[in-house]
Design a protein around this ligand. Structure first.
Ligand code: SF4
Length: 321
């Protein structure tokens, strides 16, 4: 087994709480396990299970509608965001027990200098072991705590890099490029991805993303109308920021509108036909899916540059704190 869904704990918790109805929520990568886990829970308890088939992009994305219909909601695959506690929601982090040694043997051949260690919740519990291994190879590394949005030292979210220490370079333990790319954009330093699933060391391409962001800002300079997007997702909703941006836009004679929505997709924006969109929800939507949208999709910081409220050299990555 690579991932631990902690079903004994889930079953015990259901029994202890005498829960009759239970909700299950999984990120896309784990959704294929939902039916099997639902069957097991129903066979081992007296509860009935409802599976959330909605999006589940992060711990920020709790299915609050489903929560209204169940006694307990188990949210798999993410660590709780400490400053967003919701009653009757239980996070099952789904740690990986994959052996890191093969990929660490490759990592010690590329990392040098002082190294910041970072990861996602699937591997973050192994960072101190990684630190020890690097130390045995004369590599000094650091694991740091984050702010109140971050549950564990060394944990990074795609929207929060407060646990990234000030180091010469970084070693990210995990799969995919999503989080490492964010660290690279925030720090502008070398980030190595040690991917234990495919036993590979690689680097994210931050320069390409930076070029795309500059192009999006330039394409927005003549905009007359703007849609400021606010998410209804509990951990992505920055309503006050959206109101401030609208006020700022109007001060610069732009026709500004606030659009509130759950899923931010190219299709949901098509009817509005505005010149530019500013995304106050998950910052990664403007970064990772930008090319899909019908008009430039900016982060709030980028929009401030467009309207002249911020200098180009003060462009920083948008984070939710
Ligand atoms: S806001 Fe985006 S990056 Fe942050 S936790 Fe949610 S899905 Fe992940």
């Amino acid at each position: 087994m690579i991932y631990n869904f902690d079903l004994d704990y889930v079953v015990d918790t259901i029994k202890k709480n005498c829960a009759r109805t239970v909700g299950l929520q999984f990120p896309d990568g784990f959704k294929r396990k939902a039916i099997e886990i639902s069957r097991e829970i129903e066979s081992r308890t007296d509860s009935r299970v409802i599976i959330s088939a909605n999006s589940c992009f992060g711990a920020c994305d709790i299915d609050t509608r489903l929560l209204e219909s169940v006694d307990l909601l188990f949210h798999f695959g993410h660590a709780e965001i400490p400053n967003i506690r919701v009653k009757n929601v239980i996070f099952i982090e789904v740690e990986s027990d994959i052996d890191l040694l093969p990929v660490l043997k490759k990592a010690v051949k590329v990392v040098s200098g002082s190294t910041g260690l970072i990861s996602t919740v699937q591997f973050v519990h192994k960072l101190y072991d990684v630190q020890q291994y690097l130390g045995e190879h004369d590599i000094h590394s650091t694991v740091s705590s984050g702010d109140t949005r971050i549950a564990y030292p060394g944990l990074v979210l795609g929207c929060n890099f407060s646990a990234v220490p000030d180091c010469d370079e970084y070693l990210y333990i995990g799969t995919g490029n999503f989080h490492a790319l964010g660290v690279s954009l925030v720090t502008r330093k070398t980030v190595w991805i040690a991917d234990p699933l495919i036993n590979e060391i690689r680097r994210p391409d931050a320069d390409k993303v930076l070029r795309q962001r500059c192009a999006a800002i330039e394409r927005s300079l003549d905009a007359q109308s703007v849609g400021i997007i606010v998410s209804t997702k509990i951990g992505q909703c920055r309503r006050d920021l959206a109101y401030d941006l609208r006020y700022m836009a109007e001060e610069h004679d732009l026709d500004a509108h606030i659009l509130m929505m759950d899923m931010i997709t190219p299709e949901t924006l098509l009817p509005y036909d505005l010149d530019v969109y500013v995304n106050t929800a998950c910052p990664r939507i403007a970064i990772d899916d930008a090319a899909l949208f019908p008009a430039p999709m900016l982060t709030p910081v980028e929009f401030e540059i467009v309207i002249g409220e911020r200098r180009w050299e003060d462009l920083v990555f948008d984070e939710i704190l």
